[in-house]
Design a protein around this ligand. Structure first.
Ligand code: FMN
Length: 140
């Protein structure tokens, strides 16, 4: 059973290169071993992450992520059964939303400043699929 899960969270400190590397490097190894794929998007203080994989593997990872003290307010936006992965090429891709054309993000947001906590979860999901389709993912 494949599932796709999307959550938003607030970083406790600034999201800089050191934090991203500390999160992403071990994650990519672990995700490969666990059959997890996905995308980690961020602004300067908010994470938006999609996780895909087996239901038990994603649920287990989500429990670990919710206890991680590097962020807070982990808010589940989508948890769906899916028939295929959308990010199968990425053990965990990464996108800084601050580098994306604001007009592209505004298509999926009520305000210029994106607030994933207030919008519809499936709209946020559509935004990530749009980023994938238009090549906004900067690393694997
Ligand atoms: C924003 C964010 C995203 C994360 N993404 C992943 C991930 O995709 N895969 C992963 O294994 N750990 C991820 N982690 C790290 C986990 O929260 C956790 O630290 C890691 O899985 C090790 O868990 P453990 O110390 O309980 O073994 C992420 C952490 C944060 C803050």
């Amino acid at each position: 059973m494949l599932v796709q899960c999307l959550y938003a969270s607030r970083a406790v400190g600034p999201i800089d290169d050191a934090l991203l590397q500390a999160v992403l490097e071990p994650s990519r190894h672990r995700n490969t071993a666990e059959g997890i794929t996905g995308l980690l998007c961020h602004t300067e203080d908010v994470f938006l992450q999609i996780l895909e994989g087996g239901r038990s593997e994603v649920s287990r990872l989500l429990r670990r992520i919710m206890c991680d003290e590097r962020h807070r307010d982990v808010t589940l936006l989508v948890f769906d059964e899916v028939s295929e992965r959308a990010f199968s090429d990425w053990s965990m891709g990464q996108v800084s939303l601050d580098t994306v054309n604001p007009g592209r993000l505004l298509r999926f947001s009520a305000h210029h400043k994106l607030n994933p906590f207030e919008g519809r979860g499936h709209m946020m999901l559509a935004m990530l699929l749009d980023l994938r389709a238009h090549g906004g993912i900067v690393s694997r």
